[in-house]
Design a protein around this ligand. Sequence first.
Ligand code: SAM
Length: 191
Amino acid sequence: MTEARRRRIEEVLRRRQPDLTVLLENVHKPHNLSAILRSCDAVGVLEAHAVNPTGGVPTFNETSGGSHKWVYLRVHSDIQTAIGHLRELGFRIYATALWEDAQDFREVDYTGPTALLLGAEKWGVSEEALALADGAIQVPMFGMVQSLNVSVAAAVILFEAQRQRLKAGLYEKPRLDPELYQKVLEDWLRK
Ligand code: SAM
């Protein structure tokens, strides 16, 4: 481990946002999962969440650019458990859905604890998850095709969250409590 590598790790960790995350409901294609984790890494998500249709460990591919090493992924047994876990941690959960009552994603405040719920490539967010979420947001669409690729929708919204958080100064000082910071640092230094 060079000094430069250690410095880079600490610099990235100081910008991690423990109160911004995604919850992936049955997003099963490895390239989508990988691309979402890559965007998560870029905006500073510490830990992402998933409910996996196969019940197994989700798989990544080269699209991740190695980001799955730097964004923890917690897999939950089902959507109720996942949402319950996030709610207990104080997250506000926004379902992303092309639903007529969904708000324009730019109208929402992402500076508080926020989880973006993203749905399966074919079916979208389930009705059950939509009912459990605190609100629904959408990226307005004016084209012939009805929806975006899930990883694109995730990126667009995550970078709006990054924009708001930059403005609010949330990347200026470490957001992890010292105990967690130390634990993650030790883990990352071993990678
Ligand atoms: N037919 C599905 C539906 O009606 O939801 C399309 C699913 S879309 C390909 C997969 C996921 O990408 C959605 O569940 C949502 O999370 C996200 N998504 C795609 N386009 C979106 C948009 N314009 N606004 C918000 N989320 C979007």
